[in-house]
Write a protein that binds this ligand. Structure first.
Ligand code: ZN
Ligand code: ZN
Length: 346
């Protein structure tokens, strides 16, 4: 089968031919109908060779949707042809966090060498994808594969972040979204669907801000040196009650801290890795700062339910598997509006 692989540190991904996977006992083989292109893959491909955490070559794609092509021995509850979404952050399935459905926070994944597809394990940018356990699959129940696939990360990750801050986002509150790309433009819709907060969106280009307004942002502000002042002008002295930074680099983290009001939540979702110093006098009183990762299996079900209800729709552009390297190039250049989706069997 054909697959898109990251093969050499620092080189662009390539379309190659690899052996067709076959499901072992307990496993499920999916024919991939859609795979999402995530900015975090670009970050992974920019990591240096030293300390690179995954084995190469690596088939990319941690957002996947497909139809069941074959069942390994002993798998029940699924049938060939079933349309499913893949819950990506695999865990051991039995530790205290996995028992809560929070496999994204599995306590034993590192120790057992368990990785998500596309982030250590072969991912969804291939004609077929091997799934370790049927519990990682959630029925699509009528959702379109292209529309649904970004929800497995670009939907689930902001949903998890926003859900935690819902008690702070009552009437009259303000939520700030920094970075309105793949995850951010879904976050705006989730905030509008789940809260009555005023949503202020920040990004570096007028193009991105136009999409932000289209999907529901009340106000948009260019993310530059004057951003804090511009947001403060809108909110007044109370500031924002929740700030979601989908970039996480030094200037955006500084903006996030600068627009937060007292008792606000500042959530650093982007994997830029810039630190935010927290302490007396450094941040407004009683600000909570967190850096979450992905979301739980039940939250994925909730996000898909929201999509079925029409409350969230992802702006997508589609590519063949052969054109997947181009999709990554366009994303790298900031040219993708919303989410790029690969159709490996299209
Ligand atoms: Zn991602
Ligand atoms: Zn676990």
């Amino acid at each position: 089968m054909k697959a898109l692989q990251y093969r050499t540190i620092g080189s662009p991904p390539e379309v190659v031919t690899v052996p067709d996977p076959e499901p072992g006992p307990g496993q499920v083989l999916l024919k991939v109908t859609a795979a999402g292109v995530c900015h975090s893959d670009i970050a992974v491909m920019e990591w240096p060779a030293e300390g690179f955490p995954y084995e190469l070559p690596l088939t990319l794609g941690h957002e996947g949707v497909g139809t069941v092509a074959a069942l390994g021995d002993g798998v029940t509850g699924l049938a060939e042809g079933d349309a499913v979404a893949v819950y990506g952050p695999w865990g051991c399935g039995t530790c205290a966090k996995c028992a809560e459905g929070k496999e994204n926070y599995c306590l034993r994944a590192d120790e057992l060498g368990i990785h998500p597809p596309g982030l250590g394990r072969p991912g969804s940018m291939a004609e077929y994808l091997l799934i370790d356990d049927p519990r990682h699959l959630v029925p699509l129940d009528g959702l379109d594969p292209v529309a649904a696939v970004p929800l497995t990360d670009a939907g689930l990750t902001p949903y998890h972040a926003i859900k935690k801050s819902l008690p702070k986002l009552g009437p009259g509150s303000t939520a700030v979204v920094i970075g309105t790309g793949g995850l951010g433009h879904v976050a705006i819709q989730l905030l509008r669907a789940l809260t009555s907060a005023r949503v202020i969106a920040l990004d570096v280009s007028e193009d991105k801000l136009r999409l932000a307004r289209e999907v529901g942002a009340h106000e948009t502000v260019l993310s530059d040196a004057g951003a804090v002042e511009a947001v403060r002008e809108i909110t007044g002295p109370i500031g924002a009650q929740a700030v979601f930074d989908f970039v996480g680099v030094a200037p955006t983290v500084k903006t996030a801290a600068g627009v937060a009001g007292v008792e606000a939540d500042v959530t650093l979702v982007g994997i830029g890795g810039a630190p935010l110093p927290v302490g007396f006098g450094l941040t407004p009183f009683e600000v909570s700062v967190s850096a979450p990762y992905w979301g739980s299996r039940s939250e994925l079900m909730e996000v898909l339910a929201l999509a079925r209800a029409g409350a969230v729709s992802v702006h997508t552009e589609t590519y063949s598997l052969d054109d997947a390297p181009l999709a990554y190039q366009r994303l790298h250049d900031g040219k993708v509006n919303g989410r790029a989706v690969i159709l490996p069997n299209g």
